[in-house]
Design a protein around this ligand. Structure first.
Ligand code: PMP
Length: 363
């Protein structure tokens, strides 16, 4: 199967093999070694000296952990949204009682740093900014460096959803001043779902000391205490961590710069292929199109569900459909982690044939 959803993504054979290692005591020395290796390699990948924690969770749990460890009820936050996942991040903070102001840009567009700067200048009470780096629902990547610069200058904490970007698109966590960065194992990391990662800056720890949102499972101060002795507060997803260790060894061997360069190359290759089919990309400005997921509009009259089903049953190609406002209108090709040009060629061929000869619904 050519699994080309924007996560979960295919995993290399050696990662699959690593998953079948015997169980170990999570309070013993082998686990401490495993935790240490995965944590330090991820700090390298995140380009950070900040604390980094591995949570047994999908990405959404990591986003919730970022919010509940940093803020208090009534804190004013600015949620910058360019799509479905930006909306989700805002909803999490709202649900916990933060005063969330949403700065939304139309689906297909990236956030405008100027507009963010103006909004922050107009409201000095904003304590934190929630920002999606790569909006998986639209295939748009925000200019994280420019946005981080603006947020840094204004002063609030910067919390970044890097679920579908970290490990595939370069993020300079410390240089750009990102206080909390969240990612998840099943995206560009080439690991099955089950582990979320979160880095925490000294400024975020300062906020943590007085943050009053309720937390128990996601208590990062407790995670820090346990990490000092090579443990996690709760039973960790050991199997997924085995896979993570192997995937990070592969990424290190390839070199992170080479990994990022590959994603830039494959991103451009995929967009060119989609456009060659006469299809329109969702990103309005191709310079902000994502190098991990390509979203394109289906031709008028195409039934999204039927189209995806035909790709799957006739071509063994699995793509994702639209979310939020774009549900029913688009398809998305994931190209993060383990992907080569030949995989994209296969997808392109399958789309071409499917659009040329759509299976007709029974009358
Ligand atoms: N944020 C982004 C940008 C995502 O792409 C996703 C997953 N598609 C999530 C958050 C949520 O992650 P999960 O499904 O792992 O909870």
């Amino acid at each position: 199967m050519n699994l080309r959803t924007p996560g979960p993504t295919p995993i290399p054979d050696s990662v699959a093999a690593a998953l079948s290692q015997p169980m170990i005591n999570h309070r013993g020395p082998e686990f401490a070694d495993l935790l240490h290796e995965v944590t330090t390699e991820l700090q390298t990948a995140f380009q950070t000296r900040n604390d980094l924690f591995l949570l047994t969770s999908s990405g959404t749990g990591g986003l919730e952990a970022a919010v509940v460890n940093t803020f208090s009820p009534g804190d004013r936050l600015l949620a910058i949204s360019i799509g479905n996942f930006g909306e989700r991040f805002a909803t999490i903070a709202e649900r916990f009682g933060c005063d969330v102001q949403v700065l939304a840009f139309p689906y297909g567009e990236a956030a405008d740093p100027q507009a963010v700067a103006q909004r922050l200048a107009a409201d000095p009470t904003i304590k934190g900014v929630l920002l999606t780096h790569n909006e998986t629902s639209t295939g748009v990547t925000n200019d994280l460096e420019a946005l981080a610069t603006v947020v840094r200058a204004a002063g609030p904490l910067l919390v970044v959803d890097g679920v579908s970007s970290a490990g595939s698109l370069e993020i300079k966590t410390d240089e750009w001043g990102i206080d909390l960065l969240v990612s998840a194992s099943q995206k560009g990391w080439m690991v099955p779902p089950g582990i979320a990662m979160i880095s925490v800056s000294p400024r975020a720890w300062e906020a943590n000391a007085t943050a009053k949102l309720p937390r128990y499972y996601w208590d990062l101060a407790l995670a820090k205490k346990e990490a000092a002795r090579g443990q996690t507060p709760w039973t960790p997803g050991i199997t997924v961590l085995y896979g993570f260790r192997e995937a990070l060894r592969l990424m290190r061997a390839e070199g992170f710069d080479a990994v990022y360069a590959k994603h830039r190359r494959i991103g451009a290759y995929t967009r060119a292929a989609v456009k060659s089919l006469g299809l329109r990309l969702v990103p309005v400005d191709e310079r902000r199109a994502s190098d991990t997921v390509t979203a394109f509009y289906l031709p008028d009259g195409t039934n999204e569900k039927a189209f995806l089903e035909q790709l799957r049953t006739q071509h063994d190609v699995v793509l994702a459909g639209g979310q939020g406002e774009l549900a029913g209108k688009i398809a998305r090709i994931g190209h993060m982690g383990m992907v080569e040009e030949a995989d994209i060629d296969d997808v392109t061929q399958a789309i071409r044939q499917t659009l040329a000869a759509p299976a007709t619904a029974a009358p």
